[in-house]
Design a binder for this molecule. Structure first.
Ligand code: ZN
Ligand code: ZN
Length: 366
């Protein structure tokens, strides 16, 4: 059963959605994306469709999820269906007597939409919802912030747990497995994404999957990890050097750390996303390293690991207060490896607060 506070926040999200639909003259939304269903109802099952209208809201689930939905869902009537969720959703739209319903075009496939449409009255004026729910999700309420904060703290603790394991002789796979095992034993629902351990030259691949490669002395290791807790993700990267680093390696690490700090310092509510990217990128440009920074500076984090807003070069949108984003500049040098430093941060009117509190120094091991 959802707690009282949790129920209040979920109802507030439902009201915000209805206002948004009303402003666009939409009289219903069929919510099919699981993360959006969770956000709007509290139901965490992997299959379920929610229907929101001004008069009534419902959650359709198949018999595997009836008990769970009754236990978790807030502010919606739970119905068990046995003839297919999309078919049942079409029928619910029919019963709701709406004229201009919206569907989640960003995630529903064409054939799924056809199935939904077939079960609903033919004369309806279906509208694409765009990212209506995703836009709401960009601003976290206090309950969500608390969940991400706990996920971030757990992630930092796991990094501290495994720090002594990051030594020559251990394989990338072993280290990744140890990290995910520690997440579980510390109470996480699981890993928010496949843990990245990229050692030596493999660090030049920004999204390297861990392999059987054994870590060696005098090389850099990128470790990118994040736990899910209470349905919310966190995302953090640390780079460690095995042995005393060369002057060049020190210069590379310091440049990325400075870029990350400049990015975080520039972050506050109301700034354009691209200016944060620019602040981080500029620190690397000064050291002629910007050409090795081949991805954008960050992304929103919440129920999913990649959400709005995006902190990219061309993103003119302003960052709203209550956003949770990553700041993660990195440089990738073929043959040598890479350095990336990433934190998940909460954006407010005054600035940004780090939610993944693992130290970034010392960053090499003797
Ligand atoms: Zn990451
Ligand atoms: Zn990330």
């Amino acid at each position: 059963m959802a707690g009282e506070a949790e129920a209040r926040y979920i109802k507030a999200r439902q009201e915000a959605l209805l206002e948004r639909l009303n402003a666009r003259k939409l009289d219903a939304l069929v919510v099919t994306r699981p993360a959006n269903v969770f956000y709007l109802t509290g139901f965490r099952g992997s299959a379920g469709i929610a229907l929101f209208t001004a008069r009534a809201s419902s959650l359709l689930v198949d018999p595997r999820y009836t008990l769970q939905a009754q236990d978790q869902a807030v502010g919606v009537e739970v119905s068990e269906v046995t003839d297919g969720l999309l078919h049942a959703a079409g029928h619910s739209v029919r019963k709701a007597r709406v004229k201009r319903p919206a569907f989640e075009d960003a995630s529903l496939t064409v054939s799924e939409f056809q199935a939904l449409k077939r079960a609903a009255p033919a004369a309806l004026d279906w509208q694409p919802a765009g990212e209506a729910v995703e836009e709401l999700r960009a601003v976290k309420d206090p309950l969500e912030v608390e969940n991400i904060r706990q996920a971030g703290e757990l992630t930092a603790q796991v990094f501290a747990d495994v720090e002594r394991t990051i030594r020559p002789g251990v394989s990338e796979n072993d280290l990744a497995a140890e990290i995910e095992y520690r997440m579980r034993t510390r109470g996480a629902d699981g890993a928010a994404f496949e843990t990245i351990v990229a050692s030596g030259p493999r660090g030049a691949l920004p999204h390297a999957r861990p392999t059987g490669r054994v870590l060696r002395a005098k090389e850099l290791v990128i470790i990118d990890l994040g736990a899910i807790l209470g349905g919310y993700a966190s995302d953090m990267t640390r780079t460690v050097h095995l042995g005393k680093p060369s002057r060049r390696t020190v210069a590379l690490y310091r440049a990325v750390l400075e870029a990350q700090m400049k990015g975080i310092e520039s972050l506050k509510a109301g700034v354009q996303a691209r200016s944060v990217d620019g602040a981080a990128r500029h620190a690397l440009t000064k050291r002629h390293l910007a050409k090795f920074f081949t991805h954008s500076t960050g992304h929103g984090v919440g129920i999913e690991i990649h959400e709005r807003p995006r902190l990219a070069k061309s993103e003119k949108k302003k960052i709203p207060p209550g956003s949770v984003v990553t700041v993660e500049p990195g440089i990738y040098l073929e043959g040598l490896g890479g350095v990336r430093i990433e934190d998940t941060v909460l954006v407010s009117q005054n600035g940004a607060e780090i939610l993944t509190p693992a130290p970034k120094s010392p960053w090499w091991v003797e």
